[in-house]
Design a protein around this ligand. Structure first.
Ligand SMILES: CC(C)(COP(=O)(O)OP(=O)(O)OC[C@H]1O[C@@H](n2cnc3c(N)ncnc32)[C@H](O)[C@@H]1OP(=O)(O)O)[C@@H](O)C(=O)NCCC(=O)NCCS
Length: 142
């Protein structure tokens, strides 16, 4: 498995992965949106061996923020998500960041994944994703 910088031709696959995992805002994940994130300096990484199996986006401005991560369902549980997070963390360290932040829906199963990777809940953000949809803000020292 290699974790590499994403290329434009990867985007349709990223969008497909998120549509398949039931991400409710998957329709917003368009080429235009991806270009906007790239223009503001976000880094996109793809996990690939025989094919692209997952991706992650890290936002690097005043704070480093793990913006999105997804692994195609049939390849989950094989360590791919962990490799993607580690790549994002390394990128943040290289940019001088000392801490990685993220938001996760309070009911998302990814909460256990983030805890496993050393992230701690810092605070609750009520209605972050819309009315009654609460987020947890998590972080990890790099
Ligand atoms: C969250 C997600 C990215 C994890 O990727 P993954 O490739 O399945 O995770 P990994 O196999 O790398 O798991 C790394 C570690 O976390 C653990 N882990 C993974 N999912 C877990 C969960 N739901 N609860 C507890 N631990 C979990 C694994 O057991 C593994 O532990 P180990 O290192 O001791 O073996 C993946 O499940 C996914 O794409 N989910 C749908 C999209 C999503 O919700 N994204 C997050 C919000 S943007």
């Amino acid at each position: 498995m290699i974790i590499r910088e994403a290329k434009e031709e990867d985007y349709p696959k990223f969008i497909e992965i998120r549509k398949n995992d039931g991400f409710e805002h998957a329709h917003e994940l368009t080429h235009g949106w991806i270009h906007m994130m790239q223009q503001r300096g976000d880094k996109f990484f793809a996990a690939e061996d025989s094919e692209v199996k997952g991706f992650a986006i890290v936002k690097l401005d005043e704070k480093a923020k793990l913006h999105m991560i997804a692994v195609q369902e049939e390849f989950q549980g094989q360590g791919i998500g962990k490799l993607l997070v580690e790549k994002c963390e390394q990128e943040a360290r290289d940019k001088g960041k000392k801490e990685m932040w993220l938001y996760v829906h309070e009911t998302n199963q990814a909460l256990g994944f983030y805890k496993k990777l050393g992230y701690n809940v810092k605070k609750a953000e009520p209605n972050f994703y819309g009315k009654g949809k609460n987020a947890l803000m998590m972080s990890r020292i790099l």
